[in-house]
Design a protein around this ligand. Structure first.
Ligand code: MG
Length: 282
C-alpha cells in the first residue's frame, strides 16, 4: 500500500459512517468500518462485504467496536455510557468486543479499535485496576486472532493514555489518533498530544473541530466541523504525522449521518484538502 492512502469511516449496517458506495464514488481506497450489530456479524455478512470491497478496490484497515446503550449526548453521559469502562456493562461488552475481533478476522483485518471509555484517573482505584484487567483479557483474545487493538483518543489526556498503555503492559495495544477528539473532549492540544503518543500511533482519523468556549472545555463539547476548517491546523497535523514516521491510512471521519448529502460533500472536500497537502509535504 502506498504511503498515506486516504480512507473513510463506513458502516456495514448502520452507524455514523458513510455507505461503502460513497467511498467508491469518491474513489477512496481504504475504509475503517463500524462493526455491524450482533445478529449481522456472520461469515456470510463478512463474505458479502468483502466481495463488495474487492469489486470497489477497497481495503478494510480497521474494525471499530461500538455497543448498544452508548450515548455521546453530552460529556457526562459519554462518561457514564461509552466503552468498556462502565462497570455494569463491562463483562458483556468485553465479550462482545471479542466477537467483533472474531468478525474482523473473518474480514481478514488485523486491527480492531474502540473508544474504551473514560479511563479512571486514579491508578490505585479498584475501577482502574478492573479496566486494566479487562483490557488485558481482551488483548489476549485479539492477539490469538493475530490482531492489535487501537484505542481511540479523546477521553484521556495524552499523559494518562500513556500511563494506561504502560500499566496494561501488552504488545498489541496501540492508538488510533483522532486530533478532533482532543479538542471536542477538551483533553489537550492535538499536535502536542500526537507527539507524546507518537510511538503507539497505528491508525489516525482526519476529523476537525472547534474548541468549546473558555471555561467550558472538558465540560461541554467542542463542535465537529469539516476537516480543514476547524482548530486543527491540517497542514501541521500531516507534517507532524510525517515527522513521527506515520505512513498508514488517513481515514476521514465526518459524523453527520443524518445529513448524507452534506456528509458526502464534506468528505469530498476533505479528500481534496488531503491530496493538496500530500502533494505539498508528503
Ligand atoms: Mg475518531
Amino acid at each position: 500500500m502506498s504511503k498515506w492512502p486516504i480512507g473513510v469511516f463506513t458502516s456495514i449496517d448502520a452507524g455514523l459512517g458513510v455507505r461503502l458506495e460513497v467511498a467508491e464514488e469518491l474513489d477512496i481506497p481504504t475504509v475503517q468500518i463500524h462493526a455491524p450489530h450482533a445478529g449481522n456479524r456472520t461469515e456470510a455478512a463478512a463474505t458479502a462485504f468483502l466481495e463488495k470491497c474487492k469489486a470497489a478496490g477497497i481495503s478494510v484497515t480497521a474494525v471499530f467496536g461500538g455497543f448498544e446503550g452508548e450515548s455521546y449526548a453530552d460529556i457526562p453521559t459519554t462518561v457514564a455510557t461509552v466503552g468498556l469502562v462502565p462497570p455494569e456493562t463491562q463483562a458483556a461488552r468485553a465479550q462482545e468486543m471479542k466477537e467483533i475481533s472474531d468478525f474482523a478476522k473473518l474480514l481478514g483485518c488485523d486491527t480492531v479499535a474502540l473508544h474504551i471509555g473514560f479511563v479512571p484517573e486514579d491508578r490505585d482505584s479498584a475501577e482502574y485496576k478492573q479496566i486494566v484487567d479487562c483490557t488485558r483479557d481482551l488483548l489476549d483474545h485479539v492477539k490469538a486472532n493475530g490482531q492489535q487493538l487501537n484505542l481511540e483518543t479523546g477521553q484521556e489526556t495524552a499523559d494518562h493514555l500513556l500511563e494506561f498503555i504502560h500499566d496494561v503492559d501488552r504488545d498489541n495495544l496501540f492508538i488510533n489518533f483522532d486530533p478532533a477528539n482532543m479538542i471536542l473532549y477538551g483533553t489537550g492540544d492535538p499536535i502536542d498530544a500526537l507527539k507524546k503518543v507518537a510511538k503507539y500511533v497505528r491508525s489516525v482519523h482526519c476529523k476537525d473541530a472547534t474548541w468549546a468556549a473558555d471555561g467550558e472545555r472538558g465540560k461541554s463539547w467542542g463542535r465537529e466541523v469539516p476537516f480543514g476548517t476547524g482548530d486543527i491546523n491540517a497542514e501541521l497535523y500531516l507534517q507532524t504525522l510525517k515527522e513521527i514516521g506515520y505512513d498508514g491510512p488517513l481515514t476521514i471521519e465526518r459524523e453527520i449521518p443524518e445529513e448524507p448529502t452534506q456528509q458526502k460533500k464534506d468528505i469530498g472536500q476533505a479528500v481534496a484538502t488531503i491530496n493538496e497537502l500530500k502533494a505539498k509535504i508528503g
